[in-house]
Ligand binder design. Sequence first.
Ligand code: PEP
Ligand code: MN
Length: 455
Amino acid sequence: MSNSQAASAADSATLAGLDAWRDLPIKQQPDWQDRDEVARASATLAGLPPLVFAGEVDTLRSRLADAAAGHAFLLQGGDCAETFAGATADQIRNRVKTVLQMAVVLTYAAEMPVIKMGRMAGQFAKPRSSDTETRDGVTLPAYRGDIVNGYDFTPESRRANPDRMIDGYHTAAATLNLIRAFTQGGFADLREVHSWNKGFAENPANARYEQLAREIDRAINFMTACGADFEALKRTEFFVSHEALLMDYERPMTRIDSRTSQPYNTSAHFVWIGERTRELDGAHVDFLSRVRNPIGVKLGPSTTADDLRALVEKLDPDREPGRLTFITRMGAGTIRDALPPLLEAIKTIDARPLWITDPMHGNGMTTPNGFKTRRFDDVVDEVKGFFEAHRAAGTFPGGIHVELTGDDVTECLGGSEHIDEETLATRYESLCDPRLNHMQSLELAFLVAEELGRR
Ligand code: PEP
Ligand code: MN
């Protein structure tokens, strides 16, 4: 970039108000020790290539508009917190396969396009309920995700290190590269629908999946015999998303697109604002109000109708189709009371956001033996409550947001493997929230498919 080009990019960013957040109240940021180090890391990030392109972001917005209008369904899933060490070929492949399998189940049962989106390739920053953690009388900064500090409980590891943002970028790039290869290079071909099940342990959900895969095969064979051309089945669109939490990363990844002169956050196709950072006058809402990406907002049980209307006015003043997704995370015991007033409120302001359910974050609990977990039955119950509320209001239940992994971990209680409190200890790997394992994810997909089918 020449000096004059750099100057005009800076002018456009100022015009777009991309730094207005700096003067606003902000939550959940690391306690960086050295601002110069942060500025250097941010400048490095600003010079690195975009991870996603504006055109892809625009495509996603139009897909989400279809979902908001009731013609498609969004499946968003992945780790609570991705780790740098977890960005291995096997783990990424298993997560992509799990999402593809869930999407097939949903598409087939509901006869509706499914938009596939990973909580992947950038889900590295975590909000925490406390700034510090104390173990055996020693207090250190809380772990805020691999993009900020390390999980090991030592002062060196827990120090917020700005260079980790650069590592986060490169890990996201490597992850996204593999996702693109898997989904564009033949692996996601619908004729491979059986092979996505290979390598997973045998269990009832897999058996049910196999049966469905055989039906899909028969349908494809029939259409092939009729002379249909399946070029379109070879590839699938797969989008990536994360919580836009760490502003010193999100800001330098946001660029003015040369074609449209509009700001795009090029770190992911879709970014969302978490339940803890959605204050109307706070930094996160201001910043995301200014980017062109489709954005999400998590809504917990305390959300009022006024909050909702104000968020719409601020984040989607033009009521642009596909722009705004509300991700409700109310808790199984609360959703049937908390969601209906919000669905009614939206009707009073002529807005049509996409509504999706996160049946995970309102259902956390800690077992007597000290594991942070969730009951699969509560997850299922919240999903059912979500569909019920939308059925009653006449609005469209447009998607699901879940924490999952393709591995056979034991982090959530229940499911048809009957994971109990003792079993949790056998394979608990999450550094943050408990995830559905491969089988629980598939089981959930069958259940959502049934709900969607009888909508
Ligand atoms: C999350 O998605 O991991 C999370 C922290 O969610 P929420 O903002 O809904 O609490
Ligand atoms: Mn989480």
